[in-house]
Design a protein around this ligand. Structure first.
Ligand code: AMP
Length: 217
């Protein structure tokens, strides 16, 4: 199974992808998490991309594509993967199509998460993230068991790019760079629109009914 989760920041893709990845035992490939982990470890990629993440801009395509390509050629991705936050530009989508072609595979479906802007803002501004295990919570919708502390024991933070100053930049980058992918995948008959409102369980059921169950077997 090879799935793409597409949609604006804060729409809840990551939460669903982590759950599906556990349930179907395929790796999730979340470019945002990979970049944050590289920054935390101080790798050369981390140093190169930090300013883009801090300002809510997209990391250049060459850097992102190289990182994803290496990841998708790892052994555990041979059976499949769920992409979260990639592709985000047409150039990235074309690079992915090439990787998939070279390995004689195909993308099974693209789940496009849709949510009204006010709710996106409420979800992002209330989001708290674990810098150690990348688990996310929401102050109201999904609070941790202990206030301010991840279930893994690390102290939760509000990501710098989840703060109001950077949020607007991320939303307009999404509009400009990423929304063309909706048409791109619709034309290939791969797009499945998912209403991302409601609880995490509601959305999970919609994704399952949207075909993930049938396609994963
Ligand atoms: P996310 O966690 O998916 O919201 O991503 C956080 C940040 O990582 C984005 O605002 C970008 O700076 C960077 N990023 C993640 N995925 C990509 C991508 N596919 N292309 C370029 N930049 C990305």
């Amino acid at each position: 199974m090879r799935f793409i989760f597409l949609g604006p920041p804060g729409v809840g893709k990551g939460t669903q992808v982590k759950r599906l990845s556990r349930q179907y035992a395929v790796p999730s490939v979340a470019t945002g998490d990979m970049f944050r982990s590289a920054i935390a470890k101080g790798t050369s990629t981390g140093l190169e991309v930090k300013s883009y993440l801090d300002s809510g801009l997209l990391v250049p395509d060459e850097v992102t594509i190289k990182m994803v390509k290496e990841r998708l050629y790892e052994d555990d991705a041979k059976r499949g993967y769920i992409l979260d936050g990639f592709p985000r530009t047409i150039k990235q989508a074309e690079a992915l199509a090439e990787i998939v072609r070279q390995t004689h595979q195909r993308i099974d479906r693209v789940f496009y998460f849709n949510l009204e802007e006010g709710e996106i803002e409420r979800r992002i501004l209330g989001r708290r993230s674990c810098p150690a295990c990348q688990q996310t919570y929401h102050l109201i919708y999904y609070p941790p068991k202990r206030e301010g502390v991840c279930d893994c024991g690390a102290t939760l933070i509000q990501r710098k790019d989840d703060q109001p100053e950077t949020l607007n930049a991320r939303l307009s980058v999404y509009q400009e760079e990423t929304t063309p992918l909706i048409d791109y995948y619709e034309r290939q008959n791969l797009l499945e629109r998912i209403d991302a409102s409601g609880t995490m369980d509601d959305v999970y059921e919609r994704v399952r009914c949207g075909g993930i169950q049938a396609l994963s077997s």
